[in-house]
Write a protein that binds this ligand. Structure first.
Ligand SMILES: Cc1cc2nc3c(=O)[nH]c(=O)nc-3n(C[C@H](O)[C@H](O)[C@H](O)COP(=O)(O)O)c2cc1C
Length: 361
């Protein structure tokens, strides 16, 4: 009798009263009934093929005649996400990989169709409008890239010092603003504008990320949380409640964020991405988009003599509440912050413990 093995890339879900087996590696779903489920349970205990159902299970790749071991270091959720969002050759069905001219015409059609039915390009929040001073790009004009790259570091000590509104305005504009208002190359071809172009690239040119400023200590700007309207370079006050005490908890105890002058929660409007790219791989794009924005923020902040900090560790739902995000279609994914400081990677308390533990060795 032959041995058989479970496909290691299966999960089961109940949808609309039906049990679905999902082969997330091969992107296949099967409606399942209990007899198949109980046979799979049997096989997992005793991998001997003796049952007529096995042929059917084998044909659909739910069981295999050779064991496929996956050495995966995290839990099953991350495994599902990683393997489930890979592009395989099967996903290329219907895409022209041989004929460049067909590829180009189909891509153009997809982009134009997407624009026609796209969710709104911009969001506007209700609240008091704050006009920012014009960004002062001269502050960045003569700075050499190498010196900024050399100086950039994640800082964890900040002075209780304010940042000018002009500096904040420049940093927001250069990182999150509509930096290239002219798009002659597209306009000359009569192509619809997709809304924005920033100093960081964005998947599909969609710029699904939004910036929410948390102002702690900015000259002339009351403390609070503001939505940054990238296309208009203005702020809208959405929440006046900000205290370092509350933020330290939200940042899972990372007390060294105290005295940041300001920070920006970066969200992704997932609806923009899932509209153009219905496959869950686009979740990777949401994260990658924000990584690019974050690095631009770190470099521009450094060039403006600020000390940057960043965090991916925060209580998501608390942040959503604070940013007044009540739709699942927009989610906070990252935080970048800045203030003035001595440029230290470690805060004094951690540095002291580090010294003590060296002394104890
Ligand atoms: C995705 C990501 C998440 C991070 N999250 C945190 C964080 O929650 N708290 C923190 O203090 N630093 C955080 N960092 C900063 C890293 O710890 C830091 O980049 C690393 O120690 C290297 O130091 P450097 O940035 O000075 O080169 C994060 C960095 C990245 C890229």
């Amino acid at each position: 009798m032959n041995k058989v093995f479970l496909n290691p890339y299966l999960f089961f879900i109940i949808l609309e009263g039906k049990l679905i087996a999902w082969d997330y590696k091969n992107h296949q779903q099967f409606e399942f009934d209990e007899k198949y489920l109980s046979r799979l349970l049997d096989i997992s205990n005793s991998p001997i093929s003796h049952h007529q159902i096995d042929t059917e299970l084998m044909e659909n790749n739910l069981i295999l005649d050779q064991e496929e071991k996956v050495e995966w270091g995290w839990d099953c959720l991350s495994k599902i996400f990683h393997f489930g969002t890979k592009i395989s050759e099967d996903d290329l069905l219907g895409i022209n990989t041989e004929d460049a001219s067909l590829f180009a015409s189909e891509y153009m059609k997809l982009s134009e169709d997407t624009l026609l039915t796209s969710p709104s390009l911009f969001i506007e929040k209700k609240g008091e409008t704050v006009y920012l001073p014009l960004p002062d790009l001269s502050q960045l004009a003569d700075i050499d890239l190498l010196s900024v790259l050399t100086k950039r570091k994640t800082c964890r000590t900040f002075y209780d010092e304010s940042v000018s509104l002009e500096t904040l305005s420049s940093l927001l504009y250069v990182t999150f603003g509509n930096f290239y208002s002219e798009r002659k190359e597209y306009d000359n071809l009569g192509l619809e504008r997709i809304g924005l172009r920033k100093t960081s690239p964005a998947g599909g040119g969609l710029h699904a990320s939004e910036a929410y400023l948390v102002a702690f200590n900015v000259d002339g700007l009351p403390q609070g949380i503001y939505h940054y309207q990238a296309h208009a370079h203005i702020l809208t006050l959405i929440n006046s409640e900000t205290s370092f005490g509350e933020f330290k908890k939200i940042f899972c105890g990372q007390y060294y964020m105290e005295n940041l002058s300001f920070g920006v929660f970066v969200t992704s409007r997932l609806e923009k991405l899932w509209h153009k790219y219905p496959h869950s791989r686009a979740y990777r794009v949401a994260l990658l988009d924000i990584g690019h924005l974050s690095q631009t923020f770190q470099l521009v902040a450094t060039a403006l003599n600020l000390s940057p900090w960043l965090s991916g560790a925060f209580i998501d739902d608390e942040v959503s509440k604070m940013l007044m995000l009540d739709e699942i279609s927009e989610q906070p994914l990252f935080f970048v912050g800045a203030g003035y400081g001595p440029g230290l990677s470690l805060d004094p308390m951690t540095a002291e413990y580090a010294l003590k533990s060296k002394g104890d060795e």
